[in-house]
Design a protein around this ligand. Structure first.
Ligand code: GLU
Length: 373
């Protein structure tokens, strides 16, 4: 793949920077890195009119420094407090660094629910779009002060991937303190076509003490962007001007090639963002039909689980429990139980209804799973 050709086509980019890349050896936020990144991004806005969205970690690390905490707190309220203190410092530094370039920092704090709820998801997109039209760089982080347990991503690589899919940005750049994905000799792998087992097995456990993530998390997040049809670059955030260099086509870091087919905006939400509320298990005939781009009919359903309502996302699995697809279900779980195994002309009698959907999950509301995501 011609890197320069790929980079030249980018009009909208999401850049994620990790805690360690933003911190100096003493663990404090490194203002040199923040200023350099602001200059790098501002240059791209000015010269290429690029839409830049930044996902920045570093809140918890910065809060730890302020509170003189030598290790990342284990108890959640303390972690929330560190994030609350650090986030204001972090975004303030970015705002000051961007101001001389005529740009504002637009802070957006998100939780998992903001992506899973379709309306909030679209609101988030509207806000980012408005910031792009307002000489501002959106600076996104998890709302760590309130995002606990099941509403928490806990990992900004995943948030950056979700934001890339939300915006249908043309490229995701993940910046950390390594030069890219390293092979067993410690050399940077310049190109990854598919995040398969051979690639994930190269990952060493390298979770950092102040941030979360690590290369495993990066690859998983990158895989969802690849699936959606966009490229990802993993590179070193300590390299001066790295984003500008990558977008000028420099052969730096690891490039993960996009899947050939781009998913539509709606399919991205269904397949990569929505959290399934239940599972529908199908027989082998229905599994074959799905693989052939057919809708899911009740006749091939052999079971269902989970308390899902009409319109909710569900996983469709085979009788071995393998995930075949995710789709929006036209029926509640209670109704699926009533009609499963039956033909649609029986639905009126079974449901006591005068109208019904022939398809349990329509083809247009379904995304077939081609990889492990
Ligand atoms: N939201 C966390 C922070 O700002 C970072 C999470 C991550 O490292 O991925 O400290």
């Amino acid at each position: 793949m011609d890197r320069a050709g790929l980079a030249a086509k980018v009009k909208s980019v999401v850049v994620k920077i990790g805690t360690n890349a933003l911190s100096g050896a003493d663990g404090r936020l490194d203002l040199g890195v923040i200023n350099a990144l602001a200059e790098d991004l501002a240059g791209l806005c000015r010269t290429r009119n690029l839409k830049v969205t930044l996902v920045s970690s570093g809140a918890i690390g910065a809060g730890m420094t302020e509170l003189n905490l030598p290790v990342r707190p284990k108890d959640l309220p303390m972690l929330q407090a560190a994030a609350a203190i650090g986030q204001s410092l972090l975004v303030n530094h970015f705002a000051q660094a961007l101001r001389p370039h005529g740009l504002c920092a637009g802070q957006i704090l998100v939780t998992r629910q903001d992506f899973e709820d379709r309306l909030r998801y679209l609101n988030l997109r509207n806000c980012i779009t408005a910031l792009h039209q307002s000489r501002a760089i959106p600076i996104i982080n998890e709302n760590d002060a309130v995002a606990v347990d099941e509403i928490r991503f806990g990992d900004n690589d995943m948030i950056a991937a979700q934001v890339t899919n939300l915006l249908r940005a043309d490229m995701l750049i993940l910046l950390s303190v390594v030069d890219g994905l390293l092979d067993s000799q410690g050399q940077v792998l310049p190109l990854v076509e598919d995040v398969d087992e051979a690639v994930t097995s190269m990952v060493r456990p390298d979770k950092s003490s102040r941030g979360s993530g690590g290369m495993g998390g990066k690859l998983f997040a990158a895989g969802t962007v690849q699936t959606a049809g966009e490229p990802v670059v993993i590179a070193n955030g300590k390299t001066p001007g790295i984003v500008g260099k990558l977008l000028a086509g420099a052969e730096m870091g690891t490039l993960l090639l996009p899947a050939r087919r781009k998913l539509s905006a709606r399919s991205r939400w269904i397949g990569l963002t929505a959290r399934p509320r239940g599972t529908i298990t199908v027989d082998s005939g229905a599994a074959r039909a799905l693989a052939n781009n057919k809708s899911l009919l009740a006749g091939g359903i052999i079971g269902s689980a989970g308390d899902f309502s009409r319109g909710d996302p569900v996983t469709i699995a085979d009788n071995q429990g393998r995930r075949l697809a995710i789709g929006l279900c036209n029926y509640s779980q209670a109704d699926v139980e009533k009609i499963r195994g039956h033909k649609s002309h029986e639905f009126g009698r079974l449901l006591g209804a005068s109208t019904w959907y022939d398809e349990v999950v329509h083809r247009d509301d379904m995304v077939i799973q081609t990889s492990g995501h």
